[in-house]
Design a protein around this ligand. Structure first.
Ligand code: G6P
Ligand code: MG
Length: 215
């Protein structure tokens, strides 16, 4: 039986994955190349600086100094935060609040496990940070996904062994991170990138169907 559930943030709890993509795309446009939605899959779950390295590689931009990289990453984050500026509770993905409440009623402990440095701020802004027993975000970890550190830290904080934790993810790197520490993973979304997940749903609204047999 599952005793703990760890939710990714972007693209699982809130519909912010589209803003991460839009902000990276705007940066790529300025650098003079097109960032496709397929290539964007590689950025999901990955840290800001690692994402930038992937972007620069896609654009064939070499010999970028550390200082320029820092400025470019800062610029992307500025675009991202601007896009978030009128985000409201309607951006919370379907069924998530109800699902977390019902999991808690059944005694399941809940954590957030995100690589984003803005994750805590976003939960607060939406007024849903109280739903989570523990929050681990990009400020708490050294290694982003596919490294399992974010999920390991979350499980330790919850006090639940890895094999009794379920991860909910929309990114390939997230599924890999869960498996790297022996956790099961539900993939959410239509992407082929999720084929390695143990369970799969198209939309967050369908997650409760899977949990009824697991918790
Ligand atoms: C998550 C998202 C990525 C994002 C990363 C870092 O993993 O899926 O798209 O790049 O967090 O987010 P940050 O807000 O710290 O730049
Ligand atoms: Mg995500």
């Amino acid at each position: 039986k599952i005793r703990g559930c760890i939710f990714d943030l972007d693209g699982v709890v809130v519909d912010t994955a589209k803003y991460h993509y839009a902000a990276w795309k705007k940066l790529a446009d300025e650098l003079g190349f097109y960032l496709s939605i397929e290539e964007n899959e590689k950025l999901k779950g990955v840290s800001r600086m690692e994402s930038l390295d992937i972007i620069l590689k896609i654009g064939g931009i070499e010999n970028c100094s550390q200082e320029r990289k820092r400025l470019l990453a800062e610029k992307k984050n500025m675009y991202y935060l601007e896009m978030l500026s009128d985000m409201g509770p309607s951006e919370i993905l379907p069924g998530i609040v109800e699902l977390i409440k019902s999991l808690k009623m059944k005694g399941c402990r809940i954590a957030l496990g995100s690589a984003s440095k803005s994750a805590g701020m976003i939960l607060k802004r939406l007024g849903i940070e109280e739903l989570f027993d523990e929050i681990v975000d990009g400020n708490d970890i050294k290694h982003a996904k596919p490294h399992p550190e974010v999920f390991q830290t979350a499980a330790k904080k919850l006090g639940i062994s890895y094999e009794k934790c379920m991860v909910v993810e929309d990114a390939k790197a997230g599924v890999e991170a869960a498996h790297a520490c022996g956790m099961c993973c539900i993939g959410v979304g239509s992407s082929e990138a999720l084929s390695a997940a143990d369970f799969h749903v198209e939309s967050t609204a369908e997650l409760s169907n899977i949990f009824t047999v697991l918790v």
